[in-house]
Design a protein around this ligand. Structure first.
Ligand SMILES: NC(=O)c1ccc[n+]([C@@H]2O[C@H](COP(=O)([O-])OP(=O)(O)OC[C@H]3O[C@@H](n4cnc5c(N)ncnc54)[C@H](OP(=O)(O)O)[C@@H]3O)[C@@H](O)[C@H]2O)c1
Length: 262
């Protein structure tokens, strides 16, 4: 597939990822996997990082050009060692996350908070540091996209650790955008609404969540996985060349609405 190119007298903007190199974390399944496949099909060299080897094996079996990296992001030093070996990249998508256990905030166990923050927040900071530093050193005008959540913007019942991690990730976006901007490196968040990936289908409340989100969403539905891929591709591409430090809710209008339909 050749990319779309937009030309004016002074500008050439390309949706073409041919010859680009992008690392996606959490690429074994769900949104990360769909993104890895989409980018691979544009000719992009995709580094797909995930924790479970078998899901990466099946991704590579289907798409042999994808380069797998098995790493557990909650292990800071091991992940760093694996990323330090990589060539400089044009893009990073910090997508991996766990939903974690749910407790009332007053009872949330310390070790559950630690586990959540280690993976969802520190894991993303670790990747952004290594990849961002290489972008700076190689003078690459790269793009970093952090997959946050609507739960980083509004609270979600019994989800303290996840929500705090996502709100923190949105600040990581702003902080890195501020400090990497002078190098023409852009950093943005995508904040998805509910998507029926294994993160949601594997929990018993999944169907109830679906009903609750649909009831609050002006568009009357939740998002499909591919509806997250498009906005991420836009933020990785030249078409967003002046967009940085921003959150991008992809929620069918849900956050603009304070009530369910009466
Ligand atoms: N689905 C939704 O409704 C929704 C809504 C808002 C935001 N999001 C965000 O969107 C992103 C993608 O979510 P998803 O729904 O596609 O999730 P998913 O289906 O659960 O996939 C998550 C991926 O991240 C990997 N991962 C988890 N912990 C890891 C770790 N410690 N080290 C390395 N990889 C790890 C998983 O690997 P394993 O197979 O080993 O677990 C899996 O490949 C997440 O940041 C999530 O918070 C999702």
């Amino acid at each position: 597939m050749t990319g779309y190119v937009f030309k004016t007298a002074s500008t050439v903007m390309s949706f073409d990822f041919n010859s680009k190199k992008v690392l996606i974390t959490g690429a074994g399944r769900g949104i990360g996997r769909a993104l890895a496949i989409a980018l691979n099909e544009t000719g992009c060299k995709v580094y797909a990082l995930s924790r479970t080897k078998s899901t990466l094996d099946s991704l590579v079996a289907e798409h042999p050009k994808v380069v797998p990296i098995v790493a557990d992001l909650s292990n800071w030093d091991d992940t760093r060692r694996k990323l330090e070996d990589l060539e400089p990249l044009d893009g990073l998508v910090n997508n991996a996350a766990i939903l974690g256990e749910k407790y009332p905030s007053v009872d949330f166990p310390r070790d559950s908070i630690d586990k959540l923050l280690n993976t969802n927040l520190l894991g993303a900071i670790n990747c952004a540091q290594v990849v961002g530093k290489k972008m700076i050193d190689s003078k690459i005008k790269g793009s970093i996209v952090n997959i946050s959540s609507v739960a980083g913007i509004g609270a979600f019942d019994t989800n303290l650790a996840y929500n705090v991690a996502k709100a923190g990730l949105d600040m990581v976006t702003k902080q890195f955008a501020l400090e990497l901007g002078p190098y023409q490196i852009r950093v943005n968040s995508v904040n998805p609404t509910l998507v029926m990936t294994p993160m949601i289908t594997n929990i018993k409340e999944g169907v109830l969540y679906e009903k609750a989100f649909i009831a609050r969403t002006p568009m009357g539905r939740i998002a499909k996985v591919e509806e997250m891929v498009g906005p991420i591709l836009y933020l990785l591409s030249d078409f967003s060349s002046m967009v940085s430090g921003q959150m991008h809710p992809v929620d069918g209008g849900m956050l603009s609405n304070i009530a369910v339909k009466i």
